[in-house]
Design a protein around this ligand. Structure first.
Ligand code: ADP
Ligand code: MG
Length: 241
């Protein structure tokens, strides 16, 4: 199992906020190359904590975590991280923000790829929510990125913009041969993108269900099989509570 892309062995995480808060409890999980995993669970169940552990931004309190067989000891340019809010630097243009993680000759290329070519000289506050997320995605997807860790990247977007960005994410996942781990509390977002869904219990987060979705892409939310999967995922999510 240690040859998996990620391997988590009995991970727990406890925070100290005056009192101890258990965020994750004994999570064991193998993540394979090329997967698009969606971790689904209610607010506060430890989703961001798990993603930060995969990124190397924080350590588990107990348990072990490996990336390609090596213990994770810190962040690494192969693992791109997309924060829940875009976190663009307001004093830098879109082009300069993307340039922070990418060589100058890649900036134009990335901008074109994410539909930002006409926005390179704008500042973040001049962008729509969707454009800001595109810019954050372009910044996270460096040349070295093999894995994208996505923390509710599509939250707070209107339905149309969300659809557009889902397609964009799907495209980069496929075209770049990436592996994605996305966390969300949105069942439909999970169904639109995941080939594997892991449902977490409320805090402290534990795996309640781990299933492979046998659904073709692009997902058709009106197809019978999709609706059956949607019912299953909702039922399991309710049971997990
Ligand atoms: P989610 O992303 O699923 O909403 P989080 O991983 O952000 O969950 O948080 C899980 C629990 O851990 C919450 O109760 C939260 O308050 C707590 N927590 C998260 N980060 C910290 C931190 N840096 N310090 C103290 N407590 C934290
Ligand atoms: Mg979170």
């Amino acid at each position: 199992m240690e040859q998996s892309l990620f391997f988590l062995n009995q991970i727990s995480k406890t925070y100290n906020q005056g009192q101890t808060v258990p965020a994750l409890n004994l999570v064991s999980l193998g993540i394979e190359e090329g997967e698009f995993i969606v971790i689904l669970g209610p607010s506060g169940c430890g989703k961001t904590t798990l993603l930060r552990i995969l990124a190397g931004l924080t350590n588990p309190s107990t348990g072990e975590v490996f990336y390609r067989g090596k213990p994770i000891s810190g962040p690494d340019s192969e693992r791109g991280y997309l924060f829940q809010d875009p976190r663009l630097f307001p004093w830098l243009t879109v082009g300069e923000n993307i340039g922070l993680t990418n060589p100058p000759e890649s900036v134009q290329f990335l901008a074109e790829k994410f539909g930002l070519a006409n926005f390179l000289n704008l500042y973040p506050q001049q962008l729509s929510g969707g454009m800001a997320k595109r810019a954050a995605l372009a910044r996270a997807l460096t040349n070295e990125a093999k894995v994208l860790l996505l923390d509710e990247p599509l939250s707070n977007l209107d339905w149309f913009t969300k659809r557009e960005l889902q397609q964009e994410l799907f495209r980069v996942w496929r075209e770049e041969g990436l592996s994605c781990v996305m966390v969300t509390h949105d069942v439909d977002e999970a169904l639109d993108l995941a080939n594997r869904i892991i449902i977490f219990t409320p805090r402290p987060g534990q795996i309640y269900k781990d299933v492979k979705l046998e659904l073709d892409y692009p997902r058709d939310s009106l197809a019978q099989e999709y609706i059956i999967w949607r019912e299953r995922i909702i039922t399991w999510s309710m049971e997990a509570r």
